[in-house]
Design a protein around this ligand. Sequence first.
Ligand code: CMX
Length: 439
Amino acid sequence: MILNEKISAQLPAWRERIRVLAKEHADVVVDTVTIGEVVGGMRDTKSLYTDISYVDPSEGIRFRGMTIPETLKALPKARGSKMPMVGGLYYLLMVGEVPSKEQAMEVDEEWGKRAELPDYLYKMLKAMPRETHPMTLFSQAVLALQNESVFAKRYHEGMKKEEYWEAALEDSLNLTAKLPMIAAFIYRLKYFNETKKLKWNPKQDYGMNFARMMKVSDKKGYAELARLYFIIHSDHESGNASAHAMHLAGSTLSDAYYSFSASLNALVGPLHGLANQECLGWLLQVRKQFGGNPSRDELYKFAWDTLNSGKVIPGYGHGVLRVIDPRFTAQLEFARKRFPDDELLRLAEMVLDVVPQVLKEQGKAKSPAPNVDAISGTLQYYYGVREFDFYTVLFGVGRALGVTSNYVWARALGQPIERPKSMTTKMLEEIVQEAAQPL
Ligand code: CMX
């Protein structure tokens, strides 16, 4: 399998680099942790390493060193499509090189061989009450598949530490292969009461298979969106909540299924991935109240009313980014090219003109700029996927590509179990008192 060979060839040099850092430079000070960081959710505390992606506060995400426009340009495109194959992105994240078309297709083909879902998974999903949140179903489905973990089986058979990554990769490929089908089945089951098993078409890529299984009316257009959506949502370095949850669980040698279920459970919070559903809900409330063409004053007041009611404005602000999220821009460009006259898109653009000003006036948010979630629901809505509570599932399918790449490399480089140190509040207060004493 191509990913095994490529990663295997790189490993000795990477392991040596980490060994040198750990053994020869362990005392070098990287950062001074402040009380602000301790009590402030470790925002920006430099305490993780990953080479899969990096978020530059003033530029946005780079996947293996490449910005979003560079990634979209460089990766081989799906047949008859302007968007890259998702298999190519997975190759890039895993291997660190831009794949040829054949290499990208090999990943897609590998997914095709592993996509089928076991019977018990269908039974389990069908047995759940229909009102269950789709993210609950999604996380449950991932957890149910743990039964199939190669890593867990081999670990109990005495697998050597140097081999962990290969079993982790095997699980990651099996898991990422199955996610589009699980997501589409949940969609058809929950909202249309359809219980028929789904089939993967090996002649179609990841994006088109997903669009076909979702049964949207414009499959070609939606497949393009799916490719873009999964690629841009894949990774955001390893400190964001969903990535970090996977990393933390994985560091205990939980397998990819247990770890990714943890990741999804973090993604579903309204301050993280659920913001995409909240965001569209907010936009539709605007439309309901003022119609499709509100005045600037109406929008301004609506935004202030949201803040004054103690809520956040979903889709704006970010923990690390200090500029417009390039993932937002990529989606905006996609929409402007394909459906510039869509009423909801125009509304989202009007909101973009007003909300940053309101957040600046309020003066709390460190960044008033839109993030990835500010527009993603608008695009889904256009293609007929209008069940907002499903949107975070889509985020989850994409996020799996990045977090499993991080997970494989964390095992490959023998990253240890995570165990940050807590202090008591009294200890922190004593540190403050000591610092205040004259020398
Ligand atoms: N609306 C209202 N207030 C906001 C805000 C927004 N969009 N963004 C930040 N703020 C507030 C914070 O709530 C915080 O207030 P308190 O001091 O009262 O706690 C203050 O501004 C400072 O926050 P910050 O340092 O700028 O941002 P954080 O790192 O604390 O939080 C985020 C980042 C994304 C949670 C926050 O901007 C937010 O809640 N945004 C809206 C929800 C959202 O879009 N989430 C999706 C993010 C992308 C993703 O992960 O999917």
